[in-house]
Design a protein around this ligand. Structure first.
Ligand SMILES: Cc1cc2nc3c(=O)[nH]c(=O)nc-3n(C[C@H](O)[C@H](O)[C@H](O)COP(=O)(O)OP(=O)(O)OC[C@H]3O[C@@H](n4cnc5c(N)ncnc54)[C@H](O)[C@@H]3O)c2cc1C
Length: 492
């Protein structure tokens, strides 16, 4: 198993249930992958807050089984900061109307009407997809800036797949309707408006550390600090993998079956012998967005009531602010302090990525002060954490390259790829886990298509592998899973 993130650990966990042992090889010193929790002097924070929310009963059961009473049910409060004001998110018409003013409300209505009467052509990119459903005015206010901060490319260069995957089922009408009739919220229709979520008492990393210990008890070992660099193959079978430990030692592992959650491009380049040039080229065309968080310890008991705030202001690079004490009080050892995570979405080639920590912290404090959240003198300690490859980018044409890799990898008899980067799919934990479960079951003779997870509507509800089998006639983006229907600002 390559990678001890949610996908890899869950695959091993499912295999253990099926009576099989595995060895999990993890490059990092910690488990959990992007869903880890960082412990800084007893203050805990995530790589962006991680809600535990799934419409798949089997996944909910697993989470509960792994962590038991430490699985808290937490209230959700989130807002959008735009043009000097805070707006409730999910949007509430009265709150939005008061904030934007009646004139803007009329403009929004007119632009929505215009999009309905005269749609903006073929909506194969994100901008047109949203504009056709919400109108350009609303797109400009509540979608464009934040989305471009997250993805780092203009909205008209982002594939509509992403919008379809994340905001299916959410129209302006639905948003307004649900805002007024929240109590009658139809669970099947929309998931943006959930008001509660589960969260481990000590952050998401707690879930994955518990999972790792349970696996160890059952004889499945995790090798931390070992980066897999080479997979030797012959006659369409992987024979062994080679890794290097943090202190430079080489190790070789044999196995019957190999499951990988490492990024696809890296996997392709680790294959020995290397695949043909066209395959390498396709792998080179997959891109990821990277993530940096500036974490501030604030000497104030309560800074703001939200779990997180989306920053739609174009004059700051800051994308979102997390308040970890509101996720779980135990994330902060001193109840008189607040722990803020300022989230920056970057490319690792951006100059900010390579700035010294002090400069990044200074920027974070300045931007956070500018939007009125803190005073600089309240910051008593701070740190910076960088995480590469957090967002598989749905660039225009990414799918053609992905299909080339998918077909090539299908030729291996004992290799499966799973998870967010292993499938280059914008999966949350639950769908990443589901791919691991399916891969594990495939080893016992089932034939689930892991590439269909998070694209197909029906089987998620009941985890019925029969319905998860591949169907090449079905265009994945046409059939959507209500569990992933979130609004843009809740992008993870
Ligand atoms: C900012 C942000 C917020 C998010 N919020 C949420 C949320 O609220 N709820 C939610 O459910 N999901 C959320 N997600 C998504 C969630 O983080 C991912 O779905 C999940 O972590 C993916 O699990 P994975 O195992 O597929 O991949 P990863 O978490 O990426 O784990 C892969 C593991 O493989 C290891 N690895 C990579 N290469 C090698 C190698 N060569 N050798 C050995 N090991 C290797 C990595 O170190 C890593 O530990 C969020 C993501 C981001 C970026």
């Amino acid at each position: 198993m390559i990678g001890a993130g949610p996908a890899g650990l869950t695959a091993a966990y499912e295999l253990a249930k099926l009576g099989m042992r595995s060895t999990i090889v993890e490059a990092d010193a910690q488990v959990g992958g992007i869903s880890r929790t960082v412990n800084y002097k007893g203050y805990r924070f995530d790589i962006g807050g991680h809600r535990f929310f799934s419409k798949i009963p089997y996944i909910n059961k697993l989470w509960q089984e792994i962590i038991g009473d430490d699985f808290l049910l937490r209230p959700r409060l989130s807002r959008i900061y735009y043009s000097g004001r805070f707006y409730d998110y999910p949007l509430k018409p009265l709150n939005a109307l008061v904030g934007l003013g009646p004139l803007e409300a009329v403009r929004i209505g007119l632009s929505y009407f215009r999009a309905k009467v005269l749609p903006y052509g073929d909506d194969n990119n994100f901008e047109l997809w949203v504009a056709n459903r919400f109108g350009y005015r609303l797109y400009d206010i509540f979608f464009k800036t934040y989305t471009e901060k997250v993805w780092g490319i203009p909205c008209d260069k982002i594939s509509a797949d992403w919008a379809a995957q994340r905001i299916n089922n959410l129209s302006l009408w639905n948003a307004v309707h649900d805002a007024f009739f929240l109590n009658r919220h139809n669970d099947k229709r929309i998931t943006t408006l959930i008001e509660k979520f589960h969260y481990p008492r000590l952050g998401p990393g707690m879930m994955w550390e518990c999972c790792e210990s349970r696996l160890a008890q059952q004889g499945s070992e995790t090798l931390r600090g070992v980066r897999v660099e080479r997979l030797r193959h012959r006659n369409r079978r992987i024979e062994s993998m080679y890794g290097t430990t943090d202190d430079g030692l080489s190790i070789e592992l044999d196995g019957k079956h190999f499951i990988s959650s490492m990024p696809l491009r890296e996997l392709i380049y680790a294959l020995d012998p290397l695949p043909p040039h066209t395959i390498l080229q396709a792998a080179d065309r997959l891109h990821h967005r990277d993530y940096l968080t500036v974490v501030l310890i604030i000497n104030r008991k309560d800074v703001f009531p939200d779990n997180w705030i989306y920053i739609h202001a174009p004059d700051v690079k800051l994308g979102r602010v997390q308040n970890y004490k509101n996720w779980s009080p135990d994330m902060v050892p001193n109840p008189n302090h607040t722990l803020l995570g300022l989230e920056y979405f970057l490319w690792d080639k951006d100059e900010e990525w390579n700035w010294p920590e002090e400069r990044m912290i200074e920027t974070g404090i300045r931007e956070c002060t500018k939007i009125g959240l803190i005073e600089p003198h309240e910051v008593i300690d701070s740190t910076v954490v960088r995480m590469r490859k957090t967002y598989p980018v749905y660039h225009e044409n990414y799918r053609d390259n992905l299909n080339i890799l998918r077909q090539y990898l299908a030729s291996f008899l004992n290799l499966q790829t799973i998870g967010r980067n292993g499938l280059h799919r914008y999966n949350n934990q639950d769908h990443s886990m589901l791919t691991g479960i399916f891969a594990a079951r495939n080893i016992t003779g089932e034939t689930n298509d892991v590439w269909m997870v998070n694209t197909e509507m029906v089987y998620h509800e009941e985890l019925n592998p029969e319905k998860a089998r591949g169907d090449d006639q079905q265009r994945p983006e046409m059939v959507l899973d209500p569990a992933t229907a979130r609004s843009i600002p809740s992008s993870n």
